[in-house]
Design a protein around this ligand. Structure first.
Ligand code: DNO
Length: 351
């Protein structure tokens, strides 16, 4: 398995030098952040990332993410131009050594949380989604700014998008997914790149928006649209695992045996009585997921793709460092070391 770590580029307070010092670290997961979704990434930016990583003995071979625009997801407006640019971006990434590209099909908002700095008893903070903070919020009526949401949309734009998604519904979204996949997967295959689809986080509809990358049946449907070694999942244990109906070790075992996992996001999450959840430390005992069963499933099925520790808590005062919520150095590095231990103890190999 290939150990990787997310890095937000030159503005990330977590340096490549520090990342390279994490035991077993190999690959950097990043993106070009200063280009609007739907546009083409300059080659110089990709070359710069590759060279920076190499200076520290790291490999730039995973992209997270090339964003899929709302026009593509809604099947309207500039869809075809955006897909052409997406294809060009896949080719460019491949030219600079990228082997795996993460993306998602979540309408309007990526991950949804109600608080990014919930303090635990030990003083650490983490991201949470509490239903009692969500209840009563109606984005069609209220001006809502949930943490982590793209603030480039005005409230009116958000309302228009929500209505457009409500009109196309789940089946409309599936149709647009199919259109997109049929265009991009053959190109990714030619370029020897795995496209790794990130599940919806959390894996159920929010504010009446259709969300379909949520459960085993829908993951099967997705993978069945184009049968190709390049059509894979970014199996995020914390996203799928924030709903009790997903049995994560069994999903990992199944999709890894089928060679349908391009990338593993590995973190724990604690589901509360009412379905709310808190991002916990990676250790099994601290959350709801059995982390050893997840790693054992990967090792038993010969998984040789990329994995990364996912969100960490903020510990040791790192909250003051300006690192993005969930993306500080310390707790993710602890998560990485813990995952390494589980891999080794199960007889797996870290490349
Ligand atoms: C959250 C991340 C997601 C992920 C995208 C992939 O921290 O795991 O934002 O990067 O959904 O497209």
């Amino acid at each position: 398995m290939k150990s990787s770590f997310r890095w937000y580029g030159k503005d990330d307070p977590v340096s490549l030098e520090y990342i390279a010092q994490i035991p077993g670290m190999r690959s950097i997961v990043t993106a070009v952040y200063d280009v609007k979704p739907g546009e083409v990434w300059p080659e110089e930016s990709l070359e710069w990332i590759k060279n920076e990583c190499e200076k520290y003995g790291l490999v730039f071979d995973v992209v997270e993410s090339i964003p899929v625009t709302e026009d593509v997801k809604l099947g309207r407006g500039e869809r075809d131009r955006h897909i052409d640019n997406y294809i060009e971006n896949i080719k460019r990434c491949a030219k600079y050594g990228v082997k795996c590209i993460t993306y998602n099909f979540m309408p309007v908002f990526d991950w949804t949380r109600t608080q990014l700095d919930k303090k635990a008893d030990d003083g650490s903070t983490s991201l949470v989604m509490y239903w009692d903070q969500m209840k009563g919020l109606d984005p069609l009526k209220d001006d809502i700014h949930l943490p982590g949401w793209d603030s480039s949309y005005t409230q009116d734009e958000v309302r228009e998008l929500i209505k457009a998604y409500q009109e196309i519904g789940e089946e409309g979204l599936w149709k647009n997914i199919e259109y997109f996949l049929k265009k991009i997967i053959p190109v990714a295959e030619e370029c020897d790149v795995k496209m790794a689809l990130h599940p919806d986080d959390p894996p159920y509809p929010i504010f009446g928006l259709p969300r379909v990358i949520t459960c085993e049946k829908n993951l099967d449907r997705y993978l069945g649209i184009v049968d190709s070694p390049s059509n894979t999942l970014c199996l995020c244990t914390g996203s799928l695992g924030s709903a009790k109906f997903n049995d994560i070790p069994s999903l990992v075992r199944k999709y890894s045996s089928e060679k349908k996992i391009g990338f593993m996001h590995i973190r724990n999450v604690k589901i509360l009585e009412d379905g709310s959840f808190e991002e916990s430390g990676h250790l099994s005992k601290d959350g709801t997921l059995n982390m050893n069963a997840i790693i054992k499933a990967l090792v038993d099925t010969g998984f040789d793709g990329y994995f990364r520790p996912d969100h960490g808590r903020m510990i040791w005062q790192e909250i003051d460092s300006n690192a993005r919520p969930g993306y500080g150095l310390y707790d993710r590095a602890l998560g990485s070391a813990y995952i390494n231990g589980l891999i080794e103890a199960n007889g797996g190999k870290i490349e």
